[in-house]
Design a protein around this ligand. Structure first.
Ligand code: UDX
Length: 501
C-alpha cells in the first residue's frame, strides 16, 4: 500500500497524556490497556520522572509486553528531581508542564511525524488527554489531530468546575480572609450553606463540598482563573471520557451531556473492573500488575491473613496528600483509641515540615504494636478485597473511591483537596455508602467515626455498598451501560474520531 493511500484511510493510533501523578496514571494505563485489547495502537506520554519511578517500582514492561502496538514516550515535567511533587506543591507539576511541555511536545511530534515510525505505525489519529492539561492543543490543532478529554475524576467532581462562573456570580463562593487560618475557615458556619448554582446538586452540595480550588481569598486568584480558562478550553475537545457508570452518576452525566452538547460523552467505568472483565473474555490472566510509583510492601497481605474477617480498617490518603505532625497525631490517636485493628499507609513524603520526629507518644507506639501496621505503600486493590478489611478510611481520591465501590467496602472519608471534597459528599449523602468527616481532624471524632463505620452503622452502609458493587459489575458486563459506551468509543476512535457517534 502506498504512503498516500495509507494516509487517506486513517489507521487508529491513540496518544494518551495523563497528568503525571499516581491516580491519573493508573486510570490512563487502564484505558491504554483496554484500547490495546481492542486492537488500537497506543502511545502514552509520561514525564521522565514518573516513567523512572514506574520502571523502578511497577511492572509496566511485563504488563504491556504482549501488546505490540503499545509504546511509551517521555518528556520532562520541568521540575528538579528533588521537587516534592506532593501536598500543596503538586500544582507545580501542571503549571510547569504547561510552561515547558508545549515546546518539547512540538519537537517530539515534528521529529517523528506525529509519532509514526515510518513503518506499520501511523501518525497519531486522536489524542486523549487529562482535563487539566492544554499544552498539547496548539500542536494537535496545527497537525489536524482531534483531541478528547479524559479528566480521570468523577462526574460529580467535574460538574462544579463547569458551573464555577455561575457560582461566583451568585456570590456562593465563600472567600477566606487574608489572615484566617485553615481551621478557623473550616469552622465557619457559612461553610454549611447550600450551593444552588450547580444544577442537579442543589440539595446536596454545601459550600464546604465545592472542590478545594474554590477556597480562595479573592475570585481573581490565579489558580482559580486558570481553572476557569482550562474548563472553557475543554469544550474544544470532540469528546469527553469519564471513569464512572450511569447507575452511579446518571443524573450528573445528563447535566454534563446537556452542557457539552457538541461533544460525545463516554462513561466507561469502573475502568479497572472493565479491564479485568475484558481480559477474562479474551482468556487472558488478570494477575496483579503493579502501576505503583512507590515500592509496594509485601508483608501487609500476610499481616491481613492473620486477622479476623472484617476486623481491620484500611487507612490511606492516597498519593498526593500531606499531613502536618499535629494532623497525623490526631488520626493516630483516633485509630488507636478506637480499639480497632488498622493497616495504615503513611508515605515517607507525606508528613509536612520536619516529619514525624523521634518523639512518638508511648501509648501510640504500644497501641500500634498491639493492633496496627503502618507501611509506606501497599497493593491497594488486593488489600481492599482482603476478607479481613471491614472499612476504608480514605481521602476520597476517585480511583480509591471506585476501587472501594467495586468491592463493596464502606468508607470513612477525609478528603484532602480538589474533587475529593465532592466525592466524599456523594459517598455519604447520595450513595450512602460511607461517612464524611471533611474539615475536621480531631482524635475524639476520628475514634467515634471509626467505630461508626466498623460497627454501629456497618450493616446499613454495607447493604448499600453491596448494592452499588452489583451495579458496577453489571455496568461493565455485556449489555451494561459502560460496556455499550466503550464499544461506541472504540468505534469512534476506529472511524478516525471525526463524526459524532
Ligand atoms: C489524585 C487526585 O488528587 C484526586 O483528586 C483525583 O481524584 C485522582 O488523582 P490520588 O491521591 O492519586 O489523587 O488518589 P486516587 O485517585 O485514589 O489514586 C490513588 C491510586 O493509588 C489508587 O489507584 C490506589 O489503588 C493506589 N494506591 C494507593 C496504591 O496502589 N497503594 C497505596 O498504598 C495507596
Amino acid at each position: 500500500m502506498s504512503i498516500e493511500k495509507s494516509r487517506a484511510i486513517p489507521s487508529p493510533h491513540i496518544l494518551i497524556i495523563p497528568i503525571p501523578l499516581q491516580g491519573h496514571v493508573n486510570s490512563m494505563l487502564n484505558l491504554a490497556e483496554i484500547l490495546c485489547l481492542s486492537g488500537l495502537r497506543v502511545t502514552i506520554l509520561l514525564s521522565d520522572y514518573t516513567h523512572d519511578r514506574l520502571l523502578r517500582h511497577a511492572s509496566l514492561d511485563s504488563r504491556f509486553s504482549s501488546y505490540t502496538g503499545f509504546r511509551v514516550a517521555t518528556i520532562s515535567d520541568g521540575l528538579p528531581d528533588d521537587h516534592p511533587r506532593s501536598g500543596s506543591r503538586v500544582v507545580d507539576i501542571v503549571q510547569s508542564l504547561q510552561e515547558v511541555g508545549g515546546l518539547q511536545f512540538r519537537r517530539l511530534m515534528v521529529s517523528t511525524d506525529g509519532m509514526s515510525d515510518g513503518g506499520a505505525r501511523p501518525r497519531v489519529s486522536c489524542l486523549i488527554m487529562d482535563g487539566m492539561l492544554s499544552f498539547p492543543i496548539p500542536v494537535a490543532q496545527e497537525m489536524g489531530i482531534p483531541f478528547m478529554h479524559f479528566p480521570t475524576i468523577s462526574a460529580c467532581g467535574l460538574w462544579p468546575y463547569f458551573c464555577v462562573e455561575e457560582v461566583i456570580d451568585a456570590g456562593e463562593l465563600l472567600l477566606r480572609d487574608k489572615n484566617e487560618d485553615k481551621l478557623t475557615f473550616w469552622k465557619r458556619k457559612e461553610m454549611d450553606l447550600m450551593v444552588t448554582n450547580v444544577p442537579g446538586m442543589e440539595k446536596v452540595l454545601r459550600r464546604r463540598d465545592l472542590p478545594s480550588f474554590f477556597r480562595v481569598e479573592d475570585v481573581n486568584n490565579a489558580g482559580l482563573q486558570s481553572i476557569i480558562a482550562q474548563i472553557k478550553r475543554t469544550r474544544q475537545a470532540i469528546g469527553l471520557i469519564l471513569n464512572t457508570f450511569e447507575d452511579l452518576e446518571g443524573p450528573i452525566l445528563d447535566q454534563i451531556d446537556k452542557h457539552n452538547a457538541n461533544q460525545n460523552l463516554y462513561s466507561i467505568g469502573p475502568l479497572h473492573l472493565h479491564l479485568k472483565e475484558l481480559l477474562k473474555a479474551k482468556g487472558k490472566e488478570s494477575s496483579h500488575h503493579s502501576s505503583s510509583l512507590w515500592k509496594e510492601n509485601d508483608d501487609c497481605i500476610a499481616w491481613l491473613d492473620s486477622q479476623l474477617p472484617n476486623s481491620v480498617i484500611y487507612v490511606s490518603f492516597g498519593s498526593v496528600a500531606t499531613l502536618t505532625r499535629d494532623e497525623l497525631l490526631e488520626f493516630w490517636y483516633g485509630l488507636v483509641n478506637s480499639g480497632k485493628k488498622f493497616l495504615w499507609v503513611v508515605r515517607a513524603d507525606s508528613i509536612a515540615g520536619d516529619g514525624i520526629g523521634n518523639e512518638i507518644p508511648v501509648e501510640l507506639e504500644e497501641g500500634t504494636k498491639l493492633r496496627g501496621l503502618m507501611v509506606e505503600w501497599v497493593p491497594q486493590e488486593l488489600v481492599l478485597s482482603h476478607k479481613s478489611v471491614g472499612a476504608f478510611f480514605t481521602h476520597s481520591g476517585w480511583n480509591s473511591t471506585l476501587e472501594s465501590i467495586v468491592i463493596g467496602v464502606p468508607m470513612l472519608c477525609w478528603p484532602y483537596f480538589a474533587d475529593q471534597m465532592v466525592n466524599s459528599r456523594f459517598v455519604s449523602e447520595v450513595w450512602k455508602i460511607g461517612l464524611d468527616v471533611k474539615d475536621t481532624c480531631d482524635r475524639l471524632l476520628i475514634e467515634r467515626m471509626v467505630r461508626e463505620v466498623m460497627e454501629v452503622k456497618r450493616d446499613e452502609l454495607l447493604e448499600k455498598a453491596r448494592g452499588m458493587a452489583n451495579m458496577a459489575n453489571k455496568a461493565i458486563c455485556e449489555g451494561g451501560s459502560s460496556h455499550l459506551n466503550l464499544n461506541r468509543l472504540i468505534q469512534f476512535l476506529k472511524s478516525g474520531a471525526s463524526s459524532k457517534l
